[in-house]
Ligand binder design. Structure first.
Ligand code: C2E
Ligand code: MG
Ligand code: MG
Ligand code: MG
Length: 280
């Protein structure tokens, strides 16, 4: 690979890498400061049961307020994973979620299950389940109100770890969702081995959704939904933006939806209002 480059190019390439490493280190230091300075905050995106247009759950999604500039997870989660900083962030988000759930409960609201994203970087952590329990119990939150979202993985070792976690989480009353389902390399193999509670169909499948039942995309989506139904797994469609998509999903018997069509991720106060109204 390097041989195809001229000598000057190689030198430039190296300088570039060096520069990136420095940027990286600064970035990680910034992260550590940001946690201390409370620069991360959590938004809640409603999940809606379309049969009665009722809010039945939410997903916690992190944002970074860096000197007034909002940074989205798409711009830092991957780097945090590489640097093994993501675990601290995920626990931070879980704790904030529990704190908010506690306040909704204390204010007489009937809370819904909130899902929290947990990176596959946690898969090496033997204490994961115990650490989750410790945080959730600290706020006196019923375990069934917390859902853990994890993504598919290719690695056989990781699939086994995931299996152990899912069992541990189930034993303790938590629910588990597979996030971004369908775009991984081993979606079906994972499903064969691990009995999760929820599949979140990746928005890539929803974006292509039209009324044409014979279209390849629709055939695949319809069968994913049917398969989930037969397996007794709840299915949630992510990234639903239009009424047409909602109607097509309903025709395919997918009745749980998360997407801009209903709501964007909301600040705590706006979500609290949604929670008390419940229906759309
Ligand atoms: P995700 O877990 O698949 O979350 C759904 C993403 O889709 C969110 O992006 C959400 O804002 C976006 N979304 C929701 N409805 C729509 C829609 O109708 N159309 C479109 N185009 N997008 C929609 P967000 O908040 O930017 O998060 C991106 C990803 O970052 C998440 O994808 C998740 O993998 C990761 N992430 C977010 N928060 C956390 C966290 O606390 N921990 C970890 N490990 N990852 C997180
Ligand atoms: Mg998610
Ligand atoms: Mg995710
Ligand atoms: Mg997703």
């Amino acid at each position: 690979y390097a041989k195809s480059y001229s000598r000057t190019n190689v030198v430039y390439y190296n300088k570039d890498v060096e520069h990136k490493v420095i940027e990286h280190k600064e970035f990680c230091q910034k992260f550590k400061n940001a946690i201390d300075k409370n620069e991360f905050y959590v938004l809640y995106q409603p999940k809606v049961y379309t049969k009665n247009n009722t809010l039945y759950g939410a997903e916690a999604l992190v944002r970074w307020n860096n000197d007034g500039k909002v940074i989205y997870p798409g711009d830092f989660v991957e780097i945090f994973e590489k640097e093994h900083l993501i675990s601290a962030l995920d626990f931070y988000v879980l704790e904030q979620t529990c704190r908010d759930l506690r306040s909704w409960l204390d204010n007489g609201l009937e809370p819904v299950t909130v899902s929290v994203n947990f990176s596959n970087d946690h898969l090496g952590d033997d204490e994961l389940v115990d650490r989750i329990i410790a945080i959730v119990d600290k706020y006196g939150i019923d375990h069934h109100l917390i859902e853990i979202e994890m993504t598919e993985t290719v690695d056989v070792y990781e699939i086994n770890r995931l299996l152990t976690y899912v069992n541990g989480l189930h034993k303790n009353g938590f629910t588990v969702a597979i996030d971004d389902f369908g775009i991984g390399y081993s979606s079906l193999l994972m499903l064969q081995n691990i009995s999760v509670d929820v599949l979140k169909i990746d928005k890539a499948f929803i974006a292509e959704l039209t009324g044409d039942a014979e279209k390849r995309e629709n055939i695949i989506l319809r069968h994913i939904i049917n398969m989930a139904e037969e397996l007794g797994v709840e299915i949630v469609a992510e990234g639903v933006e239009t009424d047409e998509q909602r109607i097509n999903l309903t025709d395919m018997h997918c009745h749980r939806i998360q997407g801009y069509f209903y709501d964007k991720p909301l600040f705590t106060d706006a979500f609290r209002l949604r929670l008390s109204a419940k229906t759309y």
